[in-house]
Design a protein around this ligand. Structure first.
Ligand code: GTP
Ligand code: MG
Length: 205
């Protein structure tokens, strides 16, 4: 597993507190409680690298994890690779001010972060494409930033229902956009290998 050596680096309240904007990174985004942190743990093969919780709104920072792989920068120097766990979006019980803060910081992150190579959008397979998800997909369409959708918690549906949810999502995605999608389950390990490959493709091209 090429993501195995992931290590916690820091947690940031603002984009400018993140590690230096060099190398390549992939961000995990999605609604609160969708299963972002769990997906990150499944992909890196760690049980509790990223903190997960039954209570929505667990991740209240941008959390950076370093990866062992390197990329070459413009000067052909080895530069680091990272994963970023973004705070969950859309949890109603988080105070409005804080929600607005994260809306702005996520927006700033997406627009300003030069090392960002792609987004893993985590969507609960039982509630596809809420407003946040659509906004994120539209951003990716508009900027040609690669996006890979994990329809997670697939263990909550039958195989047939899960396949139908994926087909329904793909129908909504324009074939000309850089968005791919798959079925996923952190608890059962469904689709973990394919998702790792998607992350590696985004990081290393
Ligand atoms: P925030 O940080 O609060 O935005 O949430 P998150 O998106 O990081 O979600 P997290 O990974 O903390 O998971 C939320 C809840 O969903 C936890 O109770 C997890 O155990 C559960 N969960 C996550 N992934 C899966 C999955 O694939 N299957 C099932 N059945 N439960 C899952
Ligand atoms: Mg989280």
């Amino acid at each position: 597993n090429p993501l195995q050596g992931a290590q916690f680096v820091l947690a940031a309240h603002r984009v400018n507190q993140l590690p230096a904007d060099v190398g390549a990174e992939v961000a995990f985004a999605g609604r609160s409680n969708a299963g972002k942190s769990s997906a990150l743990n499944a992909l890196t093969g760690h049980k509790s690298l990223a903190r997960t919780s039954k209570t929505p709104g667990r991740t209240q920072q941008m959390v950076a994890f370093s990866l062992p792989g390197v990329v070459q920068d413009e000067m052909s120097q080895a530069a680091p690779t990272r994963l970023i766990d973004l705070p969950g979006y859309g949890y109603a019980k988080v105070p409005e001010e804080l929600r607005e803060h994260w809306r702005q910081e996520i927006d700033r992150y997406l627009h300003d972060r030069k090392s960002l190579r792609g987004v893993v959008l985590i969507v609960d397979i039982r509630h596809p494409l809420k407003e946040f998800d659509r906004t994120m997909l539209e951003f990716c369409f508009g900027t040609l930033l690669p996006c890979h959708v994990l329809l997670t918690k697939a263990d909550k549906l039958s195989r047939n229902q899960a396949a139908q949810a994926l087909a329904a999502l793909r129908k909504q995605l324009d074939a000309s956009t850089p968005v791919t999608a798959q079925i996923f389950s952190s608890s059962e390990g469904t689709g973990v290998e394919a998702a790792r490959e998607a992350v590696m493709r985004m990081l290393h091209g």
